[in-house]
Ligand binder design. Structure first.
Ligand code: NAD
Length: 478
């Protein structure tokens, strides 16, 4: 018996008459549930409900809105183990990481709730006698969140929490690969008794439901996380109505290892970063530039670590380091990229093929050397447990190769020399730079990509303000 989920629109679970999308476990291919492929009418209803609810939601005080976010966070904590298992079953990440995702989601809702008393405007001195100038922060209105599959549960909160605390309402469309956790999230929203229409959830595919949402003239902001190609389509669709976009797109993070680095630390951080979520993380090390003097020591340590990585079905064996890739297309894409890298002259010194497993989309932990910057494997997002390494002769060379990319999300540098670290920070053109550590941004930071990695950003004060617009009041009072 699989679960049959329904859309959440205007505070009710509504049965869709349309087609159903089946959701399967990427480790076992077991059928888990079905969700609606929403009809045009249902998508329009969700947008309409969000529109009707918005003025009332905005009128509440921010601290009242915060109470609802905290109530959802509390319910998430109460079901954390069950939610983590759902995420693992439909997405494939290991249980420990799924649990981190669930806890982080609850913390994120609480963190954004804390902003309730801090969404401040400004008072600006006027040139005119007897005038006050006030800059107010207003909600944008109806927002849409379109989500990817790699951190599907957290990304609901990353869109919903800043949108709602600032007085907007939202329609969420989860990825068709991993929608179950989102429908469970909607149940918790319902239990927390958010006013009807403030949070709506519609299932469906990108080309249909996603396209309808982003091309709707009745929405005010599309906040999207996903691939560059889809981001471009969404921006084009939104552009027809001059709808605002917030785009968190792909990455090709360079990890730079200098001759004076702590090589054990660098090897561990970079391998962990490549293995987490089976390499399917936007901000994790996708290419390494290592200085010649330490290249062989670093490579040996990386190979030893990657060779020790275990993989398998994370439900059957909760101790594995890696689960499967999300689906067959993901596995085929990684396999084909490594094949082409071989053809381009890269040498596979570990892994380099599908894992010998009866079921599931598993790829072997893989290390490639003799990589050159002009190879596809050093330029395009891999999104799998594959680490290509290129040897360089200086920090300047590494930075220049790192910057020569359409992606500009994250970057990292390993060195003990503070002045080199600072030189790297001042010359790397990326939204984030990690020094002597890898991956995972803080919720109070600002996660934003440059170039094709995105427009706008998320988290912290600056992420919150992306969900507001300004109104300046010039008050002549005598
Ligand atoms: P994707 O672009 O294939 O899909 C993302 C979402 O967009 C899905 O919900 C899909 O249904 C929808 N979609 C597809 N076509 C659409 C269209 N024409 N109009 C509207 N919506 C459409 O991405 P994915 O494969 O789910 O996720 C992986 C990508 O996400 C990677 O490139 C990764 O780097 C990126 N990502 C970025 C961040 C970040 O913060 N920058 C975080 C996580 C993932």
């Amino acid at each position: 018996m699989t679960t049959h989920y329904e859309n959440y629109i205007d505070g009710r679970f509504v049965d869709g008459a349309g087609e159903r999308i089946e959701v399967r476990n990427p480790a076992s291919d077991a059928l888990l549930a079905s969700v609606p492929e929403s009809t045009d009418g249902q998508v329009a209803e969700a947008i309409g409900a969000a529109r009707r609810a918005q003025p009332g939601w905005e009128k509440l005080t921010a601290i009242q809105r915060a109470g609802y976010l905290r109530a959802v966070a509390q319910r998430i904590r109460g079901k954390a183990d069950a939610l983590a298992e759902i995420i693992t079953r439909e997405q494939g990440k290991v249980l420990g990481l799924a649990r981190v995702e669930v806890d982080f989601t609850a913390d994120y809702l609480d963190y954004m709730a804390e902003w309730a008393r801090r969404i401040e405007g400004e008072i600006i001195p006027s040139d005119r006698p007897g005038e006050s100038i006030f800059l107010m922060r207003r909600p944008i209105g109806v927002t849409v969140g379109i989500l990817p599959w790699n951190f599907p549960f957290f990304l609901i909160a990353r869109k919903m929490a800043p949108a709602l605390i600032t007085g907007n309402t939202i329609v969420i469309k989860p990825s068709e690969e991993t929608p179950i956790n989102a429908f469970e999230f909607a149940r918790l929203v319902h239990e927390a008794e958010l006013p009807a229409g403030v949070f709506n959830l519609v299932g469906g595919r990108g080309a249909s439901v996603g396209a309808q949402l982003s091309s709707s003239p009745d929405i005010d902001l599309v906040s999207f996380t996903g691939s560059v190609a889809t981001g471009r389509r969404i921006m084009l669709a939104a552009g027809a109505n001059l709808t605002r976009v917030n785009l968190e797109l792909g990455g090709k993070a360079p990890a730079i290892v200098l001759g004076d680095a702590d090589i054990d630390l660098a090897a561990k951080a970079i391998c962990d970063s490549r293995v987490i979520n089976t390499g399917q993380v936007c901000n994790c090390a996708e290419r390494v530039y290592v200085e010649r003097s330490v290249a062989s020591e670093f490579t040996d340590k990386v190979v030893a670590r990657m060779a020790a990585v275990t993989y398998g079905d994370p439900i059957a064996d909760p101790n594995v380091d890696m689960g499967p890739l999300v689906n067959r297309q993901g596995l085929d894409k990684v396999s084909a990229m490594v094949q082409r890298a071989r053809g381009d002259g890269a040498e596979v010194i570990l892994g380099g093929g599908e894992a010998p497993m009866e079921r599931g989309y598993h790829y072997l932990p893989t290390v490639l050397v003799n990589c050159r910057h002009d190879m596809e494997i050093m330029r395009d997002e891999i999104f799998g447990p594959v680490l290509p390494i290129q040897v360089v002769d200086s920090l300047e060379e590494a930075v220049s190769l790192g910057n020569d990319s359409v992606y500009g999300l994250t970057s990292s540098v390993f060195t003990r020399d503070l002045s080199k670290a600072m030189q790297a920070c001042n010359t790397l053109r990326f939204g984030e730079t990690y020094i002597n550590r890898e991956h995972f941004e803080a919720m109070q930071g600002f996660h934003a990509g440059r170039r094709h990695s995105g427009i706008g950003g998320a988290d912290g004060k600056h992420g919150l303000l992306e969900y507001t617009e300004t109104q300046v009041v010039y008050m002549q009072h005598g």
